[in-house]
Design a binder for this molecule. Structure first.
Ligand SMILES: [Zn+2]
Length: 328
């Protein structure tokens, strides 16, 4: 007989003992379900590259929000697809824009559901960039301060329509502070900001662009979204958003940036969200459809890993499925 004092396997010897010592527990309360609402649709439209994800009509989005709440989720993130796009993104801040209408309808039916809105211009701009652009010969520029002015208008109109929290995803400099100030001046001191603090220029956003109908018509987003190689820069971006008044900071995407999440959580100790993005979802779905992965086990492992690395909140297209799995 070996003389072993430490036998870590003792704590793995039965399901009940493993449950006793489990350090990370997923809860439906920690998830946010992203939802797409389109002004152009009468009936839902499936997103081919994201099985199980749909664009909903205005009428259907209310029922989908209700179903999300019934499944045990407490929060949704709304993205809008307008009927018309232009060079000033006017649909983003129109009083009767698609998000504004959807918010009023959802908050009437589900007042307790936390309604977070994406605050960006790309879905509403004819060129698909997240800000105002200027073309100089072969070069294009995304103009920071002009874009921030429109983002502030958008944020205010969402707050007026009933948003509980605003999630600016554009990555313009100074937009969190500008939005916070405008909210406070206009009596929306209680409306929160979940900033995309460190949003990386990522190829994992591919399927989202089909869902949100927002691919850039020229160029790419690397002059405003971050370089995937940089971590110190991510920490500086987060520090700025915290100083400007962000209530929750977000890292996006999730798995390839899990080291950033860990460092942000350790350094700032702020409520921290992670966006498990469309491409991450699509990879799991594609492999599961081929029978190469067990979807449920893989999703629970991924989300546990993200939470273990420091996420307080996980935005994921798997949210409804996970809420159902956690009930049984
Ligand atoms: Zn955008």
């Amino acid at each position: 007989m070996r003389k072993l004092v430490n036998r870590p396997r003792r704590l793995r010897s039965s399901p009940a003992i493993r449950n006793l010592v489990r350090e990370t527990q997923l809860s439906a309360h920690d998830f946010v379900l992203p939802l797409f609402v389109s002004e152009k649709l009468e009936e839902r439209r499936a997103i081919a590259s994201m099985p199980g994800v749909f664009q909903f009509s205005l009428k259907e989005i209310v029922d989908e929000a209700q179903r999300a709440q019934d499944s045990g989720l407490q929060a949704i993130l709304l993205f809008g697809i307008p009927a018309e796009k232009d060079e000033q993104a006017s649909g983003a801040y129109a009083e009767n824009g698609i998000i504004q209408k959807a918010l009023r309808a959802i908050k009437t039916k589900c007042p307790d559901l936390v309604a977070i809105t994406d605050v960006c211009l790309c879905e509403y701009m004819s060129h698909g960039h997240c800000g105002v652009t200027r073309i100089d010969g072969d070069h294009f520029h995304v103009l920071n301060d002009e874009s921030v002015d429109l983002l502030v208008k958008t944020a205010l109109s969402h707050a007026k329509a009933g948003a509980d929290m605003l999630a600016p995803s554009d990555m313009m400099d100074g937009r969190v502070g500008a939005i916070r100030e405008a909210l406070d001046v206009n009596g929306f001191q209680e409306t929160g900001i979940m900033s995309h603090a460190a949003k990386f220029a990522s190829s994992f956003y591919g399927p989202f662009r089909e869902a949100a109908e927002s691919p850039p018509q020229f160029g790419d987003r690397r002059s405003y979204q971050m370089d995937c190689a940089n971590v110190d820069e991510a920490l500086r971006e987060v520090a700025l958003d915290v100083a400007e008044g962000a209530d929750i900071i977000m890292i996006k995407p999730a798995l390839p940036y899990i080291d950033i999440l860990w460092r942000v959580r350790e350094r700032f100790g702020q409520p921290t969200a992670v966006y498990h993005v469309s491409g991450e979802y699509a990879m799991v779905k594609a492999a599961a459809q081929k029978g190469w992965l067990d979807e449920k086990r893989v999703v629970l492992e991924i989300l546990t890993g993200i939470q273990r690395a420091g996420a307080d909140i996980i935005l994921t297209y798997h949210a409804k499925d996970v809420a159902r799995w956690l009930k049984v």
